[in-house]
Design a protein around this ligand. Structure first.
Ligand code: IPM
Ligand code: MN
Length: 362
């Protein structure tokens, strides 16, 4: 346990600063007068790149690497790109993932009471699973290292290593063991999602999955092909408990899954490695609604609840786990009471939601 935890806050672009500020307010409210978190803001993102030619200053990197946890708003402005055509705003997230080895991207998908899923016949409780996205290799490993030849061809390489696959698969089984199992049948289950029928790299991923699965006889292990999974997450979401998959597949499946629980605004994430953690919603910077007071802070607020749980476990500090539970309870209550943002079909603005969460925490 530490007396004070340093949180590096990187607001970023678009709605990033709004959802980050709302989350800091909620964190403070969750602790009352005795907040063990110290926040410091640091610059990064597409707007910074536009102004200075640098998207992620070394000072910000060092502050993040030295902090107890990193809270990110969101980043990216369409059209603000590097000479190779890739977005400059994404440097922050991607560099942290690779350079701090944040190999596990944990994305809980949960349908809250008060939210109507676009799927027919599902009710709250029916959708409650985790997408565990491998976050340090896969197709994304090629970022900045692909080849584009004379305007005629381009190649990016998908990388799977034994070490990388073993550790993410183990994490999946540990998460399943600690969970309540799938909503449909209560079975603790890990689904390995790949395209092993077509590509060697995915067959390798699956073979390692099977090896590791043998170490967890108490957890059901199964396989799903990525294309079929895009269908099953719509037709039988209650079957799933923990889904483990390659980086790019996890990216795509996360957005599909988020749609089934109301939208990206309710999709949190925790990107963690051995010693570091980055916490941000799974959504982007939504520049079209920035500064209008209508951004949905729930995804980021749920992400900082995960941040507290992660810090609590690492530092054996129950003050943090208690605050995390209080935040989750406040979010459920606020949503159930109808404090619902525009993207989710309601009309509450960011300030009303933040105020509503504070009121439920104090
Ligand atoms: C996500 C985002 C990121 C990704 C971007 C911001 C780099 O879409 O976290 O899902 O592509 O991984
Ligand atoms: Mn994504």
């Amino acid at each position: 346990m530490k007396e004070i935890y340093d949180i590096a806050v990187v607001p970023g672009d678009g709605i990033g600063p709004e959802v980050a500020a709302a989350s800091v307010e909620v964190l403070r409210a969750a602790f009352g007068n005795d907040c063990p978190l110290r926040f410091a803001d640091h610059p990064a993102g597409a707007e910074l790149y536009r102004q200075t030619g640098e998207s992620f200053p070394e000072t910000t990197f060092r502050a993040c690497a030295g902090a107890d946890a990193v809270l990110h708003g969101a980043a990216g402005i369409p059209g603000v790109v590097h000479p190779d055509g890739t977005e400059a705003g994404l440097d922050f997230t991607l560099r942290l993932r690779f350079e701090l080895d944040l190999f596990a991207n944990i994305r809980p998908i949960r349908l809250y009471p008060g939210i109507r899923s676009p799927l027919a016949d599902v009710k709250p409780g029916d959708i409650d699973y985790i997408i565990l996205r491998e976050n340090s290799e896969g197709l994304y490993a090629a970022r900045g290292a692909g080849v584009q030849l004379r305007g005629e061809m381009a190649v990016d390489t998908l990388v799977q290593t034994r070490k990388g696959v073993e550790r993410i698969v183990r994490k999946a089984f540990e998460l399943a063991r600690a969970s309540n199992g799938a909503p449909a049948d209560g079975v603790k289950r890990v689904t390995c999602v790949d395209k092993a029928n077509v590509l060697r790299s995915y067959a390798f991923f699956r073979a390692i999955f099977d090896e590791v699965a043998a170490e967890y006889p108490d957890i059901q292990a199964e396989h799903g092909l990525i294309d079929a999974m895009a269908m099953y997450l719509v037709t039988k979401p209650s079957h799933y408990n923990v889904i483990v998959t390659e980086n790019m597949f996890g990216d795509i499946l996360s957005d599909l899954a988020a749609a089934t629980i109301g939208g990206m605004g309710l999709a949190p994430s925790a990107e963690v490695g051995q010693d570091q953690g980055l916490f941000q919603a799974a959504h982007g910077s939504a520049p079209d609604i920035a500064g209008k007071g209508v951004a949905n802070p729930y995804g980021t607020v749920l992400s900082v609840a995960s941040m507290l749980e992660w810090l609590a476990a690492r530092h054996e500090d129950s003050r943090l786990s208690v605050a995390a539970t209080r935040i989750r309870t406040a979010v459920s209550a606020a949503i159930a009471d109808g404090l619902i943002s525009r993207d989710l079909g309601g009309d509450s603005g960011s300030a009303a939601i933040t105020e509503g969460l504070r009121a439920r925490l104090t």
